[in-house]
Design a binder for this molecule. Sequence first.
Ligand SMILES: [Zn+2]
Length: 465
Amino acid sequence: MNLRHVTSINDLDNDEIEQVFALADRYLDKLKDADHPHRIGTSMDIADGSILASLFYEPSTRTRLSFEAAMIRLGGKAIGSADPATSSAAKGESLADTVRVASNYADVLVIRHPRDGAAKLAAEYADVPIINGGDGAHEHPTQTLCDLFTLRRENKQLKNLNVAVSGDLKGSRTIHSFVYALARFGANIMLMPAKGMELPPHVDWRLRNEYRCRAVPKERYDNAAMDALYVTAKQPHQLSLMAPPDFERTVKLKKGVDVVYVTRFQKERWTEQGQDYPKVDANFLKAAKYRKTSVLHPLPRVGELDASLDHDRRAVYFRQAAYGVPIRMALISLLLDLDKRNGWKKFERGFVESTHVLFDQPIDAGIECINSNCIVHDKLEHDYARSRFHLIEAEPPRLRCFYCERDIDSFIIANRKTRHYETNASARNFPNQKRAKDFVLFADAREAEKAGYTPRMSNRKTAAR
Ligand SMILES: [Zn+2]
């Protein structure tokens, strides 16, 4: 069974993202509303007979309407459970079962869920394409496609673009997908978080280690509101040649801020009472560096973006929302091969095969994901979501949760045949995929010993010395 899922922006390569944009451009040209050229105004029939089902376990109006509108504009139909949280899940049905059942009713499923990694779990059990409509604080890939498409339509070349992201960088899934994509397309990322809402360490680690970003030292830029600045290396091979870091490129940052991306103040996440949440208004944008800025916001807003900006030429957030429809039309079209000229490569498991070794732990044994909001910790999914980790071959090695992609940087590996564990593992001596099943991972030596494992002989000798 060959298909394709989109649970993360990183499930698509840059060429595939460009394909989404090219097709969205085409749909917009062909079907635009005569009075509002950024809006789809008529429909086509290439999806005639196809059905999109939306399974939303969390309230959402815009994302859901925009997916359903996209399917209907393509000529298909949209169905959805008004609120699975009060229907199937309330009756104790797992997401794994719900998607297997819903696969019988629809050709593509859109999942929105409060747990990180829920879309990946759904993808494991569905035999139709899964699109992640937002999972916990993990990712929101279609919002990112829409954001990048907006910048492109605003004539902003992503390469070397100076993008400031402001507000809740910790809990905003939109931001996590967005910064990965910016780094992949060579943009510079300026972080302007609310206090206590800084970018999570695992996202920072990936930007630096997997997306060729360099964090610029604070003394190299003059902006009190900025918490950190990342520049992206031009070529992968520059990594080893880059000491001292790209100074000539930090100088270029003086040309100004091209984009300010504002995120919503989420009251429920706000732990530090009385702190100021960054607000973007006419006063904020007065500085010369914001003269040519585009202001984006995934909406809804709740006060962090002043309504007085709505008629400012720099405000593009309503166009950004309108582009959600052509972008989602293009994505559905490519996943379902509706446009024969542009189909994507499909895979047996729905994803490009990972290059990382996957450790598939037995249920209730060994190390667990450290993210308490991960789907593996959802009681309803207990029998369906095992603790699975990709080995990230850094030094020291890291484990990345298969579902929520949170990293663990300290752990123990034990051999199930010899019943010994390693105390100082290096990525170089880890087993390959074939042998991975002979190993089990623990949080620390105490956990390994509790499970009946002993240190490997050479380690014991070292310890005795
Ligand atoms: Zn996890």
